[in-house]
Design a protein around this ligand. Sequence first.
Ligand code: SAM
Length: 272
Amino acid sequence: MSNVTCEHKEHWPVLNTVEEMYDSDFLIKCSLFEGGFINFGYWKKKIAQCFISTKDRLESGKNLYRYVLNKISLSKKDCVLEVACGAGAGSQLVLHEFGPKEYHGIDASKSQIARARELNKIEKSKVSFQISSSESLPFLNESFDKIFSIEAAQHFQSLKNFIKEAYRTLKPNGTLAISTFFALSDSASSLATELIPTVRDRVDFLYQISTVHQLLQEAGFQGIVVESIGKNVWHGFDSWIARGEFKNSWDRNWYKGYKQGLFDYFVVLAKK
Ligand SMILES: C[S@@+](CC[C@H](N)C(=O)[O-])C[C@H]1O[C@@H](n2cnc3c(N)ncnc32)[C@H](O)[C@@H]1O
């Protein structure tokens, strides 16, 4: 996993790997991510800075999940895998609002998996959580109707291996959804290193959206649909940051990079 050298990230602790970043309590307790989700959120209404409540923040994390799960038409008949399930807040939403036949969550961080198990401990028979990497999924071929991953692919060392593994473990006609931020051009990643320390330190990889499309095609996926949802993500998240303790931090540069056209937030859908 990539090295994290956080010396200049004034509010970030010094951590050595992506797993350590999520094994520590830092992000899960951080006010940027209040409510158990660690994502930028999908903000439905026009956000005015002074009117964002903690409830709105939590709802934005939930709404990002709802948006993606509705896109894949997750139903009660489905066996579903979430890759990088985090602390299990999304798993809880999946189980309570969509009630799939089976839900399996994997995450590279042992603490995230422990948190997810604790949060979802009443749900037993049709639920599993495993510590595992996106690049080697611990499941048989053709296990799932649906696979999805939310705000995690930017950490994957090999997006190609993840996509190949998703293809292998999906049933024929199964659907994959990947939602996170991707670069809009060749030069965007190097320009973003000036703005975003986690990109500079290779904790976040800014894969190009055209590369994602190409990797999906090469793996055999069809019916690939790329949708930008940035207008519902970046402004809302920035407004949330602006109201709190991180209002003067580099985290505000996410919005700047989006406005400069370096990257955007996407939902990418593909069929096996
Ligand atoms: C930004 S959090 C998102 C968590 C969750 N999806 C959510 O929206 O709340 C990213 C998650 O990806 C996990 N992760 C990072 N690299 C991974 C990999 N290669 N394989 C599996 N999980 C990974 C981290 O441990 C972390 O829990």
